[in-house]
Design a protein around this ligand. Structure first.
Ligand code: SAM
Ligand code: DTB
Ligand code: SF4
Length: 348
């Protein structure tokens, strides 16, 4: 069973959005949208602190799925060299470096449709090792059964990442080898055992604004908002079916970040893939819109990330700081004042 949020909490965070309501927020004049997002952000977060995670691909390429954006699908000729599961000592070396550089969470990704039970035990040894270094742990391994989710929870995993990627309406144009419902099922298994959920999507794959509103609706109407919501800008990988996707209007990206912040005010909204192609000014707008988490380090899974030196320089220019690990952080509190403020933010 899902851990029960407090009744007070339920009364504050909505899970009953319509696409039309969300699209109306997405359509607001830009300055109004930014003001509302920043107001929502300040209800629950220090606006000058950013949570920092580092990614590592622990098993790369040769994935049987056909995700149209992905460098790692065996169905696309992307020239990526496949690598089998990384030895644990290499994983722990990378985690130590991430910790030294200031990351508080270490996310390990594997190009699997789903892990076998043997794979899972190998990953669990890595999770235990990373946890022992004092880092939060996150893995993204594809679809999970309920029993596998329970095993990961018992082993002490903190977060599981599994993205919805896009709207249910657009989904079939991006992925055919597993369904949108498969993704919802995995998210349910994760929630039911009490793992924290990391789930978001990708923008710039040719979807419409309505699709973006619909994807946000799916995320915000989950029985519990994902604790972490990664918003990825498509990295156009040569050899993938989406390599020639049109460039997304950068302001549209910022708008989606802002609406994610308003709909899920207690969640971390992560500025994820695609930062290496974003200007400093665009990233600053994303932080203003309520993004408060990034992937930090020179690589994502298989593609380059924004360089750490540039991130440090931008943080200094903007007066942003890396968030320290806060093991005491509990469910964000609910109060009458916050409810009134949230209602005012979404009214128009
Ligand atoms: N294989 C697992 C799965 O798909 O669930 C885990 C790894 S997969 C690479 C994790 C997520 O990364 C995808 O769901 C997608 O949202 C994101 N992603 C992958 N390739 C991307 C790209 N080229 N641009 C933006 N996001 C991407
Ligand atoms: C997420 O939402 N984005 C990350 C992480 N979760 C696993 C992955 C981004 C991958 C970008 C393309 C690549 O490097 O292969
Ligand atoms: Fe495989 Fe994940 Fe890439 Fe899809 S996104 S092809 S499941 S590695």
């Amino acid at each position: 069973m899902s851990p029960k949020p407090s009744p007070l909490h339920v009364s504050i965070l909505r899970h009953d959005w319509s696409v039309e309501e969300i699209q109306a927020i997405l359509d607001l004049p830009f300055t109004d949208l930014m003001f509302r997002a920043q107001t929502a952000h300040r209800l629950y977060f220090d606006p000058n602190r950013v949570q920092v995670s580092t990614l590592l691909s622990i098993k790369t390429g040769a994935c049987p799925e056909d995700c149209g954006y992905c460098a790692q699908s065996a169905r696309h000729e992307t020239g990526l060299e496949r690598e089998s599961l990384m030895p644990i000592d290499e994983v722990l070396d990378a985690a130590r470096i991430a910790r030294e550089q200031g990351a508080t969470r270490f996310c390990m990704g594997a190009a699997w449709r789903n892990p076998t039970d043997k794979n899972l035990e190998q990953v669990i040894a890595m999770v235990e090792g990373v946890h022992a270094l004092g880092l939060e742990t996150c893995v993204t391994l594809g679809m999970l059964t309920g029993a596998q989710a329970r095993r990961l929870k018992e082993a002490g995993l903190d977060y599981y990442n599994h993205n919805l990627d896009t709207s249910p309406e657009f989904y079939g144009q991006v992925i055919t080898t597993r369904t949108f419902q498969d993704r919802l099922d995995t998210l349910e298994h994760i929630r039911d055992v009490g793992l924290k959920t990391c789930s978001g999507g990708i923008l710039g794959m040719g979807e419409s604004r309505r699709d973006r509103a619909s994807m946000l609706r799916q995320l915000a109407n989950l029985p519990a908002h994902p604790e972490s919501v990664p918003i990825n800008l498509l990295v156009r990988v040569e050899g993938t079916p989406l390599q020639a996707s049109e460039t997304l209007d950068p302001f549209e990206f910022v708008r989606v970040v802002a609406v994610a912040r308003i709909l899920m005010p207690t969640s971390y909204v992560r500025l994820s893939a695609g930062r290496s192609e974003m200007s400093d000014e665009l990233q600053a707008l994303c932080y203003l819109a309520g993004a408060n988490s990034i992937f930090y380090g020179d690589r994502l899974l298989t593609t380059p990330n924004a360089e750490s030196d540039l991130d440090r320089a931008l943080f200094a220019r903007l007066g942003l700081a890396f968030e320290e690990m806060d093991p005491e952080r509990t469910e964000p509190g609910a109060c009458h004042k916050a409810k009134q403020a949230l209602d005012a933010i979404v009214e128009h």
